[in-house]
Design a protein around this ligand. Structure first.
Ligand code: HEC
Ligand code: HEC
Ligand code: HEC
Ligand code: HEC
Ligand code: HEC
Ligand code: HEC
Ligand code: HEC
Ligand code: HEC
Ligand code: HEC
Ligand code: HEC
Length: 395
């Protein structure tokens, strides 16, 4: 097998921890202190003389493990024999790749799925983290046979990789369904009304994507009313110039606010008779309905549901949070690394989109314009690990 030479851009190296720095000293100190204590008891080679140890040497270990190097027993409980997974799991707790992997590995010893199959040691400066597709395709190219229940196809490279699929809310009542991207007209259920087309073509001041979408570490930050909408859509209680602002909160809070505001205005009018509880309640219900029904402030952006038999302190309406947008949970994608590619190259149709429910995530064909496995002239070399983790499948 080839060496695990790290490849790819620095961002990838950072994500996979492919760095040749020493780990935090306190971590190493702790492990080394406890290990040397243990090792002197269980590692005869260290006690019985350097000559034998000298003849049994694997060469320098990676920087991450450098301070363990002299305590051979931490990885080799028995000299001259293979490193068992238990040696590694004593220090490292890692998440299983998939629930079905353990039984597969048990049934198929020929896969050689031990920790050290992927994480080589004694390669000195080279990475502990592998970046070769073969480590993945040895299962994924025969996944149907290894895991008969799977709905995933067998494939050998990014060229044969299945079309991306994402989980989205669909149907009535909404349930999470897995859909394949690439088909035009895919839609998900959303409680939010929003038209990209309209906001990107506003007459005097068309908005840019960056007005609403900012990117953090791997993640797209959520769009919020207060940060991204309020500047143009303030929530005024009435038409008066000094109208108070309605809090952008759950309907019950808004109803509290409405009752308080109705009472306040009656106090200002100084009309004692009008401070009658029943009159306030009735006016509050009317004012509330004006916000939550056709033409009201809240209906502008939300689907509103009526609440049957709301009690006196409850709103007669309900707004559900917008369903979270779908995401590609088993792959890693980083917008920062693609900031020189126009948004529309991957989110085709966004400028014509009239609804927040349009699903405009890129199909795999978009990625294949620039990614190939193995790389070709003009296309970046894309092994599985460029886009996936092994233990931590999700972001
Ligand atoms: C951080 C864990 C770790 C430490 C510490 C470590 N090794 Fe290793 N060593 C490995 C791994 C992993 C392999 C590959 C073994 C395998 O494929 O089963 C290996 C392989 C070897 C081999 C080759 C054996 C073979 O069967 O091919 C020798 C020799 C060896 N180690 C000696 C040592 C000695 C001597 C020390 C102490 C000075 C030491 N190792 C410390 C992890 C470690
Ligand atoms: C005595 C405890 C100990 C043992 C045994 C051990 N490791 Fe480690 N390992 C560490 C420490 C400490 C680090 C550095 C952690 C860090 O950088 O935060 C590390 C780092 C790593 C990393 C790199 C993590 C990263 O963030 O890049 C990998 C991969 C790894 N070990 C795999 C293994 C495997 C596989 C084995 C078994 C052959 C093994 N380790 C055995 C303590 C151990
Ligand atoms: C099929 C290959 C493969 C096998 C088998 C494997 N790993 Fe990994 N491991 C990886 C890859 C790829 C990464 C880097 C991406 C990631 O974090 O998932 C990694 C990362 C790690 C890390 C650093 C990140 C973390 O999750 O803490 C540790 C520690 C680690 N592996 C330990 C182990 C141990 C212990 C075993 C055995 C129980 C094991 N690995 C088996 C491929 C493998
Ligand atoms: C030991 C066999 C084996 C190896 C090696 C392996 N996989 Fe898998 N992988 C599986 C199985 C089994 C599943 C679950 C399939 C299912 O349940 O439909 C899976 C699922 C996945 C999924 C989908 C997970 C999800 O969220 O639905 C991804 C992505 C994946 N593997 C990527 C990789 C990558 C990348 C590697 C190489 C680092 C790799 N696999 C190595 C067996 C393996
Ligand atoms: C005025 C604010 C605003 C602007 C400007 C804007 N967006 Fe959005 N975008 C939103 C909102 C609101 C959503 C829906 C979020 C939700 O449902 O949680 C959204 C959702 C999306 C989605 C996810 C839709 C899906 O497929 O599920 C993408 C992709 C997107 N926008 C791309 C863009 C791009 C590209 C631009 C520039 C051409 C842009 N947006 C400009 C507010 C904006
Ligand atoms: C730069 C100012 C501006 C921002 C910021 C803005 N909008 Fe708008 N929005 C407008 C204008 C102006 C209209 C009316 C456009 C038209 O009718 O042609 C409008 C119309 C709408 C409509 C249609 C309303 C109706 O009465 O028909 C909805 C829904 C909407 N916006 C939602 C949002 C959401 C959600 C956000 C935040 C993610 C947002 N807007 C951010 C300026 C803005
Ligand atoms: C201009 C568009 C707009 C208007 C008008 C608007 N909202 Fe929203 N609302 C949003 C957006 C965008 C979100 C999702 C992001 C967030 O939570 O800010 C949202 C989310 C919500 C949520 C869910 C918060 C959560 O995550 O639990 C509630 C409840 C809500 N709005 C209530 C209201 C009420 C009540 C009104 C009327 C007073 C109203 N909204 C008017 C745009 C609007
Ligand atoms: C190279 C392709 C590519 C480019 C260029 C790109 N995106 Fe994306 N975008 C994606 C992918 C893939 C996802 C799904 C990632 C995920 O869910 O982890 C996504 C998701 C999103 C989402 C939805 C986030 C969610 O949680 O569903 C928004 C919003 C978005 N992109 C906006 C933008 C904007 C704005 C630009 C331009 C500045 C842009 N994108 C450029 C590929 C791209
Ligand atoms: C316009 C060309 C282009 C398109 C389209 C494109 N990529 Fe990339 N991508 C690149 C380049 C160039 C790199 C950096 C590769 C390198 O330096 O080795 C990269 C790197 C990456 C990385 C590694 C992380 C990083 O930020 O460096 C991931 C993951 C990735 N792309 C996923 C995707 C996915 C998924 C798609 C399709 C939705 C896609 N890319 C579409 C050009 C593109
Ligand atoms: C350029 C980025 C990229 C590369 C390279 C890549 N994948 Fe993926 N892969 C993705 C994205 C994006 C998804 C969809 C994400 C999701 O389902 O959450 C995905 C989905 C998957 C799935 C789930 C398929 C399903 O139907 O549920 C598996 C399994 C998988 N990839 C394995 C691999 C293997 C094995 C390799 C190497 C041969 C590989 N991928 C290479 C980006 C990539």
């Amino acid at each position: 097998m080839k060496n695990d030479k790290p490849s790819g851009p620095p961002t990838l190296q950072a994500r996979l921890g492919i760095a040749h720095y020493l780990p935090k000293l306190w971590k190493i100190n702790l492990t080394v202190v406890s290990l040397t204590a243990g090792a002197l008891l269980v590692w005869p080679v260290l006690d019985t003389g350097h000559s034998r140890r000298g003849s049994w040497s694997g060469g320098p270990v990676t920087n991450h493990h450098r301070l363990l190097e002299q305590t051979c027993s931490s990885c080799h409980p028995v000299a001259f024999s293979a490193v068992p997974d238990q040696s590694c799991t004593e220090c490292h707790e890692v998440r299983a790749h998939a629930d079905t992997v353990a039984p597969i590995v048990k049934k198929h010893p020929e896969l050689g799925e031990r920790c050290v199959n992927c994480h080589k040691e004694h390669h000195d400066e080279e990475s502990l983290i592998p970046t070769r597709s073969i480590l993945c395709t040895e299962c994924h190219n025969r996944i149907n046979e290894l895991s008969p229940e799977t709905d995933q196809p067998n494939f050998n490279s990014f060229l044969q990789h299945p079309e991306f699929s994402v989980q989205v809310w669909m149907g009535e009542p909404p349930e999470l369904r897995k859909v394949q991207l690439g088909e035009p007209g895919l839609r998900s259920v959303t409680q939010l009304k929003f038209s990209h087309a309209r906001h990107l073509t506003l007459a005097d001041n068309p908005l840019q994507c960056a007005n609403c979408h900012e990117f953090g570490d791997h993640l797209v930050k959520p769009v919020t009313f207060l940060e991204h909408c309020e500047s143009c859509h303030d929530l005024k209680f009435d038409e008066t110039p000094d109208s108070p602002t309605i809090p952008h909160r759950a309907a019950d809070h808004v109803y509290d606010f409405v009752r308080w505001e109705v009472t306040r205005q009656r106090v200002i009018l100084g009309d004692k008779a009008a401070l009658n509880k029943a009159a306030i309640a009735s006016e509050s219900r009317d004012a509330e309905a004006a916000l939550f029904t056709q033409g009201g402030e809240c209906v502008r952006c939300h689907d509103v549901h009526e609440v049957a038999d709301a009690d006196d302190n409850q709103s007669s309406f309900r707004i559900e949070p917008p369903a979270p947008t779908s995401s590609m949970s088993s792959a890693v994608f980083d917008h920062q690394g693609h900031r020189f590619t126009p948004c529309e190259q991957c989110h085709q149709g966004i400028r014509d989109s009239l609804s927040a429910g349009d699903l405009l995530l890129p199909s795999i064909s978009v990625c294949r314009d620039c990614h190939a496995d193995p790389g070709t002239p003009g296309k970046t070399d894309s092994h599985c690990l460029q886009c996936h983790n092994y233990h931590q499948l999700a972001h």
